[in-house]
Design a binder for this molecule. Sequence first.
Ligand code: URA
Length: 433
Amino acid sequence: MRMYDIIKKKRDGGELSTEEIAFFIRGVTDGSIPDYQISALCMAIYFKGMTVRETCDLTFAVRDSGDRLEFSAINGIRVDKHSTGGVGDKTSLVVAPIVASYGVKVAKMSGRGLGHTGGTVDKLEAIDGFRTTLSEEEFIAQVNKIGLAIVGQSRQFAPADKKLYALRDVTATVDSMPLIAASIMGKKLAADDDCIVLDVKTGSGSFMKSVEKSRELAKLMVDIGKNAGKKMVALITNMDRPLGYAIGNSLEVIEAVETLQGRGPADFTEVCMTLAGYMLSLAGKGTPETCEELARRAVADGSALKKLAETVAAQGGNAELILHPETFKKAKYSHTVLSRSSGYIQSVDTEAYGLSSLALGAGRNTAEDAIDYSAGIILKKKTGDAVKEGEEIATLYSDNAASFAAAEEKLLAATVIGSEKPADEPLVYDIVD
Ligand code: URA
């Protein structure tokens, strides 16, 4: 078998066989296929797509490219949640402790930021001392003891995805439906959870820009998971605007804590309660509606916040930061962004907001870049809000004051202001189960 022939077949719109897909993923994993051929096939898949059968084969090959986790030593139902990626998306920090506070086990493996989107592991590393690497024994013991552990992916876990992910990130091939489905579900199936709730983002800050495409991706991933014996549900949620007001690692941890204290932004709180409700419901705690009530109760009585603090302490982090988030290290510099016109914010390019935060130091341009954990943006105005010329629409934070000019221009260019108040958009567009 030759990689050249596989690339040519897909380039010309052909359907790859199970053996050809297995050959490709084997070569990605053992390094025998060079990056330029891997990238060429990703681009051919981007343009020509894949059938459901090809996507399933790719998913299973990614799943089997490394170690598969075995959670049988965890007592109880195991539930996971995975987002397709967004801006200001700190939902895992809220929903995981809510669900764990009801005795449901959350053995969570999370990712780092990709492109303009943030990642849970980067956010957790904003907490002093927090260890995102645990041995398998430590991980399982912690989940059994307190119900929740959150770690990054080890090198042996779905290694083919790691390689593909990095190449897709620099070859403009992230937003391909079969590649996203195989990446997410390959990793989810390599872990050993009973139930999975997918948060499929849609809109300008997500990899799928239209609701139709997001629904198609959700159905595909739900079918793959069900075929593998998992209980699945996918929510299609709005990423046409950042979630909440905070973008950037420690700023988002602070907003997540405020949400667990019952004083979070309305949009973010709503999405978290819906997701947590579905996670609890899949785990057998009741209907999604009654479970959403349970989720709200875990916030109101403080048990979810306590669970997050317990998890942070168990993983070596400074739990005082969770109990007193005002003590997080602040960025050295801040800069106020003022509106240049009056009216209503009609829409924002959420991806550009993510890139603006990246420019402040909150994310990486290359894998080697260090993150400025206190860098980011606090929005003062969001889509639908009235704004006057000269009024503050955001505050930028960074240890590098030289980054403010470019980040400000990007943010202002991404904010459309007009005279009419735009119609409200739903936060949750659809549920696919
Ligand atoms: N998240 C993933 O894990 N993979 C993708 O391809 C996109 C988002």
